[in-house]
Design a protein around this ligand. Structure first.
Ligand SMILES: Cc1cc2nc3c(=O)[nH]c(=O)nc-3n(C[C@H](O)[C@H](O)[C@H](O)COP(=O)(O)OP(=O)(O)OC[C@H]3O[C@@H](n4cnc5c(N)ncnc54)[C@H](O)[C@@H]3O)c2cc1C
Ligand code: FES
Length: 274
């Protein structure tokens, strides 16, 4: 799929949780072509002294409105500045969006049972994959971890999706660091239990996808390697060009240095040298 550079109108840019914002962008051509796990490279207007684009995974698309949703966390200058953009008319009501960029999630063919693990804002890049799996009648379990209940902002959408699907788990299993919702502690304990229970029942997962902080992805990758389950991870790196030219985003792998922007961001977990 060739890269598209679209001038996208901001339809919504709302605070949805602690340091978490949902931006809805009208980007018809990207909305119809983006695959789960791919990302867009966003040029934020009004940041004269910061010319680099910022990469964001696409959380969801809406074919009716031809929009894409981005869930972003404020961590620095660019994302702080993004919160000031509005849906009102004017120079700050549009962003330039380059996409779809990168390799999408690729569950093995004939996957019947999948487990998706999202940590923090990493819950968002898994949502379109969950939609695709549920639609194709793959049994899909979801585990979400966050610091607090308020930060579990994707939980509602997953609940609606899973309750409509074929899975017998109608809500995502959740953990919070402070114990305010679900299991107290990190999501890894839920993942370990899910893999063990599935193995004991003779219904091991065919596929695990994980996105979130690197320690979470590494821990889940190790658990999957021990259980013999195929696992993919989404590697975030600081990016400059976003098109494979500058090598600022390299990931160390068993096949050498690969670029997160075009060879990833999705990688087979066993190939990543953590
Ligand atoms: C493929 C991909 C998909 C992403 N998807 C999302 C998403 O859906 N939602 C979301 O909130 N964020 C996502 N990110 C991270 C997001 O791009 C960064 O948080 C953002 O670029 C930071 O910009 P800034 O100007 O606010 O931060 P800066 O002021 O440039 O830096 C502030 C801090 O953020 C860290 N940082 C900067 N860029 C990145 C990066 N690319 N990855 C990790 N840490 C970074 C820096 O190390 C620094 O500590 C994604 C990153 C990649 C590579
Ligand atoms: S960001 Fe330039 S090669 Fe990946």
């Amino acid at each position: 799929m060739p890269l598209i550079n679209e001038q996208a109108r901001i339809i919504e840019n709302e605070c949805v949780g602690p340091r978490l914002y949902l931006m809805v962008l009208q980007a018809p051509r990207i909305a119809e072509s983006i695959e789960p796990g791919q990302f867009v490279h966003v040029k934020i207007p009004g940041m004269a002294d910061h010319i680099l684009r910022r990469p964001f995974s696409v959380y969801a698309t809406n074919p009716a409105t031809k929009t894409i949703d981005i869930l972003y966390q404020t961590v620095g200058y660019g994302t702080d500045f993004m919160t000031t953009l509005t849906a009102d008319e004017g120079a700050l009501s549009e962003v330039e969006v380059l996409g779809p960029v990168g390799r999408c999630w690729m569950p093995p063919e004939h996957t019947q049972r999948a487990l998706l693990v999202g940590g923090g804002v990493g819950a968002a890049p898994l949502y379109m994959l969950a939609e695709q799996l549920v639609e194709t009648r793959v049994h899909t379990d979801v585990i979400l971890g966050a610091q607090t209940e308020q930060a579990l902002v994707c939980r509602g959408r997953y609940e609606v999706l899973l309750s409509a699907g074929t899975t017998d788990q109608v809500a995502p299993l959740c953990s919070t660091d402070d114990g305010s919702f679900g299991r107290a502690g990190f999501a890894t304990s839920l993942v370990a239990e899910a893999l063990e229970a599935a193995g004991q029942a003779g219904k091991q997962y065919d596929y695990v996808a994980v996105c979130g902080p690197e320690p979470l992805m590494r821990a889940v990758a190790d658990l999957c390697a021990d259980a013999g389950v195929y696992c993919e991870v989404s590697m975030e790196r600081r990016m400059a060009c976003g098109i494979g030219a500058c090598l600022s985003c390299v990931v160390e792998t068993t096949e050498g240095k690969l670029r997160a922007c075009v060879d990833g961001p999705i990688f087979e977990a066993t190939k990543v040298v953590w």
